[in-house]
Design a protein around this ligand. Structure first.
Ligand code: GDP
Length: 392
């Protein structure tokens, strides 16, 4: 009897010991981590409620409504969708209403005076003043007046259509309908086209770089962006946002890094990845002319170790008038500007600045900015511009 009790006791103890081992083992996942389980459990508890909540939401959703899947999809952030911007062709036509709205004062003013029965000296002076107010520039304004006077003499009586046609022809002659306004973004000899964007801060340089990337992507091009404005951390962030929206990689470095090295890396990446175009946004601090010259000159020289720079676009804010022109002149002296981007043309009636800036710098306006929207940048077309100006 005693023996049986002893045997049962041994069996029970053995069972307890064995059971204990089996039960304890799974709770010891890490060797030498006596404290680990509670920590791990704690760790899991931070994640667990979320998981539990998710589970709860999911199962709740599953019972409350059958739409459980969208909840699950929201768990993992969806890859940002890449936008497909509209192509460059027809952009100015699309933005024509905006152009007509902002420039109609100039067009209507000129048409009204020219349509009056008698054109005396006062009237011609008024025409000249209207042109100067629209930032056409004194020299061009007087030349346009001369041209119009000759045409009026030849015409004699003038119908409204004839007045319009004559003004159209005169303005087009001064804007330069035949200038080459191509932005050289295309690849050559197995290397991407390289565009440098320069200009004073605030003119819309970074925005233009981003918008230009969209124009190119819209035209089916592969683009790499270089954030060489390293003096403003926000500029690189801004550019990154533009790039990510259209799937264009942005090469950037820390704030204060050498702009030339960023530009070089961007072009190197463009070459490596077989990109069609590399667009480099530069810093626009007008500290000293020498400083600016050194900086932009270096960026260009360093980039040219990799690939030639095909276009240097100077961004000019159309609303800044003579002050903007003065700054533009400084830039044109330190780098070989090959094209002008006139921004904020939607916010001013002074579209005449196209004539003045081309005359002063001897380079064509290639692109115009007509708003803050991502696709409000268009290749400049003189005929579209003048037609919008003279729209009834
Ligand atoms: P940056 O300092 O030269 O790089 O200038 P940003 O690109 O940061 O632009 C300065 C401001 O100008 C921003 O608020 C832009 O949205 C605005 N901007 C740029 N281009 C245009 C344009 O064509 N029209 C209007 N209305 N605003 C513009």
């Amino acid at each position: 009897m005693d023996y049986t009790i002893f045997a049962v006791a041994v069996f029970v103890v053995a069972l307890l010991v064995f059971g204990g081992v089996v039960l304890i083992r799974p709770r010891r996942p890490g060797a030498g981590k006596e404290e680990a389980p509670p920590v791990e459990e704690g760790g899991t508890t931070t994640a667990a409620p979320e998981a539990a909540e998710d589970e709860g939401e999911r199962s709740g959703a599953a019972t409350a409504e059958p739409e459980a899947l969208p909840e699950k999809a929201a768990e993992a952030p969806a890859a940002p969708s890449i936008e497909t911007p509209p192509p460059s062709a027809g952009r100015l036509v699309r933005l024509r209403a905006r152009l007509a709205r902002s420039q109609s004062t100039l067009g209507k003013g000129l048409l009204n005076i020219l349509s009056s029965d008698t054109l005396d000296d006062d009237a011609w002076e008024e025409i000249e003043d209207t042109l100067i107010t629209a930032d056409v520039g004194v020299t061009s304004a007087s030349q346009i007046v001369e041209g119009l006077r000759t045409k009026v003499k030849v015409l004699g009586t003038r119908s409204p259509d004839e007045v319009r046609a004559m003004l159209r022809e005169e303005l087009l002659g001064h804007i330069g309908a035949d200038m080459d306004r191509t932005v050289h973004t295309g690849p050559h000899q197995g290397r991407p086209g390289v565009v440098m964007v320069v200009g004073v801060n605030g003119t819309g340089k970074t925005t233009t770089t981003g918008k230009l990337a969209r124009v190119l992507v819209g035209d089916g091009k592969k683009v790499v962006l270089g954030a060489a404005d390293t003096f403003r951390a926000a500029a690189a962030d801004q550019l990154e946002t533009w790039g990510s929206r259209v799937g264009a990689p942005v090469v950037r470095k820390d704030e204060g890094a050498d702009p030339a090295s960023v530009a070089f890396d961007a072009v190197a990446r463009g070459v490596e990845e077989g990109a069609d175009s590399v667009i480099v946004d530069t810093a626009g601090r007008l500290h000293t002319k020498t400083g600016l010259m050194d900086e932009l000159g270096k960026v260009k020289r360093v980039v040219e170790k990799k690939s030639q720079v095909d276009d240097v676009l100077l961004v000019l804010d159309a609303t800044t008038g003579q002050n903007g022109l003065r700054q533009a002149r400084v830039f044109a002296e330190v780098v070989d500007v090959s094209g002008i981007v006139l921004t904020k043309l939607d916010g001013t009636a002074k579209g005449g600045i196209i004539i003045q800036v081309q005359r002063e710098l001897g380079v064509p306006v290639k692109l115009v900015g007509l708003g803050e929207g991502p696709d409000d940048l268009a290749p400049f077309d003189p005929e579209e511009f003048v037609d919008a100006l003279l729209e009834e």
